[in-house]
Design a protein around this ligand. Structure first.
Ligand code: 2BA
Length: 108
């Protein structure tokens, strides 16, 4: 048995935990904060059988991969939502995960 700790972006947490749950994984979501940026992120705790870890990581990759998006740049402040507003491209998402061996697990 393994315990997977996955630190993911808050925006990806709902879809990632829904996809994991739909695939039969048991998931606990924690609201956490990155020590460097001091910005909120989400840590998922997932206990699973050893042979399902690859499947779990594939789901995280599918829903939490780094991708580019655009946001209004500072230069567009005061110009409202005009379609010709100046936008900047930023990278969001991504996951950091740890896989720990579990000696025992129980429920009662
Ligand atoms: P990432 O490396 O993608 O890490 C994203 C978040 O994942 C981190 O948020 C932290 O909450 C968690 N994390 C990553 N590696 C970890 C580890 N080895 N142990 C425990 N938690 C871990 P932040 O701490 O706010 O970091 C945000 C981003 O700032 C990082 O993105 C990295 O690009 C940069 N960063 C973090 N620490 C740094 C440092 N000491 N020096 C330079 N850059 C750093």
């Amino acid at each position: 048995m393994k315990l997977v700790l996955a630190i993911i972006h808050n925006d990806d947490s709902a879809i990632a935990s829904s996809a994991l749950t739909a695939d039969g994984f048991f998931v606990t979501k924690l609201s956490t904060t990155g020590g460097f940026l001091q910005v909120g992120n989400t840590t998922l705790l997932i206990g699973t059988e050893d042979e399902r870890v690859d499947e779990l990581v594939a789901i995280l990759k599918k829903y939490c991969s780094k991708h580019k998006t655009t946001v209004p740049s500072q230069n567009s402040l005061g110009k409202g939502l005009r379609p010709d507003g100046i936008r900047s491209e930023i990278t969001v998402g991504g996951a950091t995960y740890f896989i720990l061996n579990v000696d025992d697990m129980g429920k009662f």
